[in-house]
Design a protein around this ligand. Structure first.
Ligand code: NDP
Length: 276
């Protein structure tokens, strides 16, 4: 069985560098996708209350027969659950659906700046962490100015910031803020939802290494130091995305991928994501 490298979070918890994401996996297909992923070797799973498939994740885990201690489970608090009390209720509901009594990582999904409740929400996550119900806590889609407020107005620096990140949007400024504050960078839509896989730089690197464009992109993330959570419902792709530990991109090839940054997003800018 392939050993996935892990990174050490700022509270000394270890997190696998490659996991499996289930955004947009329909609830009724989630158990099967998760079961395929666990059979392929993934041990880290990324879901969210908003995906509506936490119960499917639990069902896939049961079906695969993998023990809880082997897993790293992440879920996220939705925008309508911000605030100290609401956040704790939302966490209880997620645990219930996931059929577990703790998660490995709990994230605030978006800062929702219009509401401006993310500091109080963060304090609820600090309580959840103190109670041992999440092994680490973090955020998602936070710009440096949002992170700065948590650093200044709370006692805990987020362990992780999960953000849109792929060769088109490499987030240099945010990554250097993370490095300065010991926050791990987790890349969502690491494949830009499949949109950049036909890019010529990537297809020629794929040919050079005898891999696919998706594998080249995932390898680039791993070598940059990102945590990645590619999603697929296709068993061959689930296995392909896990098969990235037997080659290494040379420095000039890493530099060629770095050239692809044009700031292009596939998702919304966090400042504009205020839906609840
Ligand atoms: P990804 O970049 O992981 O791309 C997924 C898409 O690429 C799917 O259409 C999939 O197709 C296709 N694909 C996957 N592997 C391959 C492959 N090897 N070759 C060709 N195509 C491939 O996008 P996501 O947006 O799903 O992001 C990954 C995860 O990040 C999510 O599942 C979620 O867990 C997290 N996320 C978090 C967000 C946040 O706000 N915190 C926002 C968005 C995502 P198919 O499934 O048909 O095989």
């Amino acid at each position: 069985m392939t050993e996935v490298p892990s990174i050490r979070l700022n509270n000394d918890t270890r997190m696998p560098q490659l996991g499996f994401g289930v955004f947009q996996v329909p609830p009724e297909e989630t158990a099967q996708a998760v079961q395929h992923a666990l059979q392929a070797g993934y041990r880290s799973l990324d879901t969210a209350a908003a995906y509506g498939n936490e119960a499917g994740v639990a069902e896939g885990i049961r079906a695969a027969g993998v023990s809880r201690e082997e897993l790293f489970i992440t879920t996220k608090l939705w925008n309508s659950d911000h605030g100290y009390d609401a956040a704790q209720r939302a966490f209880d509901a997620s645990l219930d659906k996931l059929a577990t009594n703790y998660v490995d990582l709990y994230l605030i999904h978006w800062p929702v700046p219009e509401q401006d409740h993310y500091v109080a929400t963060w304090q609820a996550l600090e309580k959840i962490y103190a109670d041992g119900r999440s092994r680490a806590i973090g955020v998602s889609n936070f710009h440096p100015k949002h992170l700065r407020r948590l650093v200044d107005e709370s006692n805990t620096v987020p362990a992780v910031n999960q953000v849109e990140l792929h060769p088109r949007l490499q987030q240099a400024e945010l990554r250097s803020f993370h490095a300065e504050h010991n926050i791990a960078t987790e890349a969502w839509s690491p494949l830009a939802q499949g949109g950049l896989l036909a890019n010529e730089t990537l297809t020629s690197l794929a040919a050079k290494y005898g891999k696919t464009s998706a594998q080249v992109v995932l390898r680039w993330h791993l070598q940059v130091g990102n945590v990645v959570i590619p999603k697929s419902v296709t068993p061959t792709r689930i296995a392909e995305n896990f098969d990235v530990f037997d080659f290494e991109l040379a420095d000039d090839d890493m530099a060629a991928v770095a050239e692809l940054d044009n700031g292009g997003r596939v998702g919304p800018d966090p400042d504009e994501m205020n839906v609840t």
